[in-house]
Design a protein around this ligand. Structure first.
Ligand code: 9WN
Length: 429
């Protein structure tokens, strides 16, 4: 590829520095193993620049798949230390390939969408189709897992079982559980706060609750039906559900190109869409909200997760424009889009998922706006996102008030999605 945009080579250099051969670590000192949605973003970027390496990234992630189809949120590398919690917190995981070590929870299923777009970047149709053909079953199983194992009678929406599964760990939507004072039975020592300032990470009470839930879930052999009566945390996450729906659509796009019948019928998709609107839409907020299954009520916290429906095409252009512009206009001239609007009492501009701008959440919104024909909004948000990286570096997240890059450095998905935004520019208005 000639004349690459200026930020592409240094972004690729970040991915190269984090390349451990079979997979790309999210960040050098903070996250040494393979993470699920991180690798989806990374594979998408590599598809433009190093196709064989993109294939390897996905293969390595799929090597951690479970017998029930679940793709765990972490695929551990036994040769690497320096992360807490390690695989010893997740005993007896039912992996397809004996000997693989993984976590016991999943992550937002970005992978089918990334594989769809990565495939589209492969101009040789034989290579593209052979790859999709090879990945089709594991991707299908990964999505079907949510339907078979993570729904409850009466609703097609998928249930999130741990804040880590959302990928937005300490987002204030989950404060209702971290406020409960839950603690694991074992003492533990965190690794993250030795790498990054504690002021930019989740608090001690958050970690206590995370580890309490790890023990509970592992104690019930990772089976939602078994731990549901006992867990304080079971929610319909507006973003996780949107990502699942988008992945289902993209898997259908793959089947269409392969000349196969669709995996999801129009009826199934319509049922999901109706349930999503019925359960999660909040007219006053102008956003979708999450739903606490245990309490039987919405979680009334406004965050960027409420815009996930835009990415999924779960709303039409007019509703998407209202949601996006309403959210943007609440942000008081700061950098876009904070993960929590500054007018929310929980907003903290430098603490992880409680306010900072993250490149992946912006990317979801950009790609959704673009698909809905809102090219002007998509373009300006894409430009604002790339400018943040240009000024703040390849950091994990950015302070919306100052634009400063914070959290872990050399962060892979910041680099990967910068590459995607530059090489697949959002459509002009
Ligand atoms: C726990 C790797 C992951 C991301 C998540 C982000 C963070 C882990 C952590 O890092 O989570 O899974 O230790 O904080 O919240 O989205 O996938 O980059």
């Amino acid at each position: 590829m000639s004349a690459l945009p200026d930020l592409v080579p240094p972004s690729l250099a970040v991915l190269r520095r984090n390349d451990l051969g079979a997979y790309t670590r999210p960040s050098p000192r903070l996250y040494p193993h393979q993470w699920n949605w991180d690798s989806a973003f990374i594979a998408l970027a590599l598809a433009y620049l190093d196709w064989p390496r993109a294939e390897r990234e996905v293969d390595s992630l799929l090597a951690g798949q479970w017998t029930n189809g679940m793709l765990p949120h972490i695929h551990y590398n036994p040769a690497t230390a320096g992360y807490f919690p390690g695989p010893e917190w997740w005993p007896a995981v039912p992996v397809r390939r004996a000997g693989e070590r993984t976590s016991g929870i999943t992550h937002p299923p970005v992978l089918p969408t990334a594989v769809y777009w990565a495939g589209r970047a492969q101009p040789d149709l034989r290579v593209r189709h052979a790859w999709w053909d090879r990945l089709y079953e594991p991707l299908r199983d990964g999505l079907r897992f949510f339907v078979a194992q993570r729904t409850v009678p009466g609703s097609p929406l998928v249930v999130l079982a741990h804040p880590w599964e959302s990928g937005l760990d300490n987002n204030p939507r989950w404060d209702f559980v971290t406020r409960q004072g839950l603690r694991p039975s074992r003492p533990y020592a965190r690794h993250d706060t030795g790498v990054v300032s504690a002021a930019e990470r989740p608090r001690a009470a958050d970690y206590d609750a995370y580890l309490y839930l790890v023990e509970l879930i592992a104690g019930h052999r990772y089976d939602l039906r078994s731990f549901l009566p006992h867990t304080p945390f079971a929610v319909y996450d507006a973003l996780q559900n949107a990502i699942w729906y988008r992945a289902a659509l993209d898997l259908n796009r793959i089947t269409a190109e392969l000349g196969r019948p669709p995996e999801w019928s129009a009826d199934e998709l319509r049922g999901f869409r109706d349930a999503y609107h019925r359960m999660l839409w909040d007219d006053g907020a102008g956003l979708f909200l999450d739903f606490d299954l245990k309490a039987g009520r919405p979680i009334r916290v406004h965050t960027i997760a409420g815009l996930g429906a835009i990415y999924a095409g779960l709303v039409d252009a007019a509703q998407a424009a209202r949601m996006y512009r309403g959210y943007r206009d609440r942000c008081g001239g700061g950098r876009l889009l904070p993960t929590v609007p500054p007018d929310q009492p929980e907003y903290e501009p430098a603490r992880y998922w409680r306010g900072p701008v993250w490149v992946n959440t912006n990317w979801f919104v950009v790609r959704g706006l673009e698909d809905l024909g809102l090219g002007g909004d998509a373009r300006s948000l894409a430009d604002a996102t790339v400018d943040l990286v240009r000024q703040g570096g390849w950091c994990e997240y950015f302070n919306p008030s100052t634009g400063e890059g914070i959290g872990g450095g050399d962060f892979s998905w910041t680099a990967a999605l910068t590459i995607d935004l530059l090489l697949r520019p959002a459509a002009p208005a």
